[in-house]
Design a protein around this ligand. Structure first.
Ligand code: NDP
Length: 244
């Protein structure tokens, strides 16, 4: 097995379940030392049992002082995956200020400041690095009952562009990946209704939602925005979704 990330330390948020958990495993298989951050201790415990080399941090990403403390205590971080995300299905008329703030805080504010904490270290060391923001097709496609979620992901795409612009000269690559529906817990919560899901699938050329792709090399290459021969178009389409 090739280990393209040997000697690299990666921090992955939302690592307890779904896309984040799969990304952690893929990074470990590709040689990275991984810090898995999530907010449910039981998920981190089971991840540690599955992948003993992983270092776990039980932190809510919206608790910025706690997140900053994790970064300060971690040693050099070369790769950051801002994956933690939440949604709540609420119409425009029903969205509450609290729900809006919670979604924006986890999906947008936390990745922005976590990137800042990590990038400061990368700039200081001068050896560059990579930041991947797990955005969504919802950043550019309006979805019913996803007002705050779509807004947060649109903001994440623009934050990614500004970060790429400012941090590129410091050899830091910043990319967003924008998956369509992936059948994780979040995907099931939002897309299990067959009427809703069959409508959405008509917009997907393959006619089905993504699963978690298990080829670690491919998923990590996608997660870090590297080019794969013949697969470039997929880089922004899917992070660790099934590819074929
Ligand atoms: P899941 O709900 O399956 O997993 C999300 C993980 O993030 C969980 O471990 C969750 O922990 C953790 N998490 C959530 N909030 C916080 C927080 N405040 N602090 C720390 N950890 C947190 O989601 P997915 O794997 O499906 O989604 C991952 C990312 O991919 C999200 O950013 C999502 O928006 C994006 N995405 C998902 C798509 C999909 O269809 N699934 C499509 C496009 C993008 P806990 O369970 O304890 O809350």
């Amino acid at each position: 097995m090739a280990t393209p990330f040997a000697g690299k330390r990666a921090l992955v948020t939302g690592a307890g379940k779904g896309i984040g958990r799969a990304t952690v495993k893929a990074l470990v298989e590709c040689g990275a030392e991984v810090i898995a951050l999530s907010r449910t201790e039981a998920d981190l415990h089971s991840l540690k049992q599955e992948v003993p080399s992983v270092k776990t941090e039980c932190v809510d990403v919206s608790d910025l002082p706690a997140v900053e403390a994790v970064v300060k205590g971690a040693g050099p971080i070369h790769l950051l995956v801002n994956n933690a995300g939440v949604t709540q299905l609420l119409s425009v008329l029903d969205t509450t200020p609290d729900a809006y703030d919670r979604i924006m805080s986890v999906n947008l504010k936390a990745p922005v400041f976590l990137s800042q904490y990590v990038a400061r270290g990368m700039v200081e060391r001068g050896d560059g690095g990579a930041i991947v923001n797990v955005s969504s097709v919802a950043s550019s496609v309006a979805l019913t009952d996803h007002l705050a979620y779509c807004t947060s992901k649109a903001g994440m795409d623009m934050a990614t562009k500004v970060m790429a612009l400012e941090l590129g000269p410091h050899k830091i690559r910043v990319n967003a990946v924008n998956p369509t529906v992936v059948m994780t817990d979040m995907g099931k919560m939002a897309w299990s209704d067959p009427v809703k899901s069959s409508n959405a699938m008509t917009q997907i050329p393959l006619g089905r939602f993504a699963g978690i792709y298990t080829d670690p090399t491919l998923s990590v290459h996608l997660a870090f925005g590297r080019r794969l021969p013949g697969k470039e178009a997929l880089v922004t389409a899917l992070c660790v979704g099934r590819l074929c």
